[in-house]
Design a protein around this ligand. Structure first.
Ligand SMILES: C[S@@+](CC[C@H](N)C(=O)[O-])C[C@H]1O[C@@H](n2cnc3c(N)ncnc32)[C@H](O)[C@@H]1O
Length: 201
């Protein structure tokens, strides 16, 4: 997939600004932000200080994260030329891809790692590599949005890989993740600190 050029200004106008196609507005992103911060702070037992947003697009999570945690360090990563040209410096977005996170100067780990609307685009090997890198980069909770063959999905699904929930669970568990909320996963020490019925593994 030509990710550098496909995710251009027209793509974001259509899926994020045009009321006929838009599926995710600022209110919904604010709701998701509140969810992730709450789950991560519950797990970490302290305020969240850093967030990595993988496949961040225009960095729409940044403002609601900073509205709630003004001192938070936000880093976005996206392969889109348009995104990095327009928002790279202003929103601290680095050019890069999910499957090559280890090549970037990210200064992790991060209390929160977000991968929203991006993992379904990755081929099997790239997905496994990404999930392993994200596990290494997460000190609190990762928000890993994934839809399966059991889900009806609205929005842009062009180029999506359709896989079963069992497949994704194997990949996530293989990287050490335990589910601890909607699309929320804890890893290593933070997962071990959760009670048996606070996590699904
Ligand atoms: C549907 S948008 C999601 C944007 C944002 N995460 C959100 O929740 O609004 C998909 C984004 O994934 C990015 N993307 C596509 N392939 C990628 C890859 N291999 N690694 C990282 N990002 C990728 C695109 O450039 C685009 O910005």
């Amino acid at each position: 997939m030509r990710t550098r050029t496909r995710f251009d200004r027209a793509y974001f106008d259509r899926w994020y600004r045009d009321p006929r196609h838009r599926v995710l507005d600022a209110t919904e992103i604010a709701r998701r932000t509140a969810l992730v911060l709450s789950v991560a702070e519950y797990v970490l037992e302290r305020p969240v200080r850093s967030a990595l947003d993988v496949g961040c697009g225009e960095g729409n999570w940044r403002a609601p994260l900073l509205a709630r945690r003004p001192r938070l360090r936000y880093v976005g990563v996206d392969p889109s030329e348009y995104v990095v040209r327009r928002y790279g410096r202003r929103r601290n977005i680095l050019r890069g891809s999910a499957e090559a996170l280890d090549a970037l100067p990210l200064r992790g780990p991060f209390d929160v790692v977000i991968a929203s609307g991006v993992l379904n685009f990755l081929a099997d090997d790239a997905l496994r590599r990404t999930v392993r890198s994200v596990a290494r980069l997460t000190s609190g909770v990762a928000f890993l949005e994934l839809f399966t063959t059991a889900d009806d999905v609205l929005g842009d699904t062009h180029g999506w890989r359709r896989r079963t929930a069992a497949f994704y669970r194997r990949v996530l568990h293989g990287a050490g993740f335990a589910q601890c909320g909607p699309h929320c996963y804890a890893v290593r020490g933070s997962a071990a600190a959760l009670a048996a019925l606070e996590r699904v593994r």
